[in-house]
Design a protein around this ligand. Structure first.
Ligand code: AMP
Length: 189
């Protein structure tokens, strides 16, 4: 089993590269953002609660996310590997993931940190907003999401560095070049 944390700021290419990893390695994929958007679409209580946070560019509270993730993981018991996309976004979530995997006698295999500078992220997200239909892909919310990332999510990098799992990957260049860098890391593990 490979438990891959695909990490990076909004717009780093986590979704795009998740698709490539799924195609090549057949891993399952858990994107907490996708699960939340599905909950919102279905009008569930969780979806209604999440909406306010998402549209304000803030993080959904840890307890809600951790419960949601535990359910998604139970649905993926037989997978060859799991890509965690957009999770963990806080150190508390990273610790919860470590505990959940420890109960299964395992741990995160590698954390791939896609590195892209803010100027490029903003350009990519504004561009994505033209077609994504996402309420949070507008300049004002994008800036808030980047602040949230820098204040609350970036410390997760230190957590994985101390845990010996951090693999930095340059997240600029062509999609294929970036994917090649990711494959080298997955193949090593
Ligand atoms: P994403 O699709 O990963 O960009 O996530 C969109 C939004 O969903 C984020 O800006 C957060 O508001 C919320 N979200 C997604 N994943 C998480 C998470 N792991 N923790 C807290 N909030 C999350």
């Amino acid at each position: 089993m490979n438990y891959l944390v695909l990490f990076g700021p909004p717009g780093a290419g986590k979704g795009t590269q998740s698709d490539n990893i799924i195609n090549k390695y057949g891993f399952a994929h858990i994107s907490t953002g996708d699960v939340l958007r599905a909950e919102m679409k279905n009008g569930t209580e969780l979806g209604k609660t999440a909406k306010g946070y998402i549209e304000a560019g803030k993080l959904v509270p840890d307890d809600l996310i951790v419960d949601m993730l535990a359910k998604s993981m139970d649905e993926q018991k037989d997978a060859k590997g799991i890509i965690f996309d957009g999770f963990p976004r806080t150190v508390a979530q990273a610790k919860a993931l470590k505990q959940m995997l420890a109960k299964r006698g395992t741990d995160v295999t590698e954390m791939i940190n896609l590195q892209v500078d803010d100027e490029e992220l903003i350009a990519r997200l504004v561009n994505r907003g033209k077609t994504s239909g996402r309420a949070d892909d507008n300049l004002e919310t994008i800036k808030k999401r980047l602040d949230t990332y820098n204040n609350e999510t970036a410390p997760v990098i230190d957590f994985y560095e101390q845990d010996g799992k951090l693999c930095n990957v340059k997240g600029t260049g062509s999609v294929e070049e970036i994917f090649e860098r990711i494959c080298q890391i997955i193949d090593k593990h």
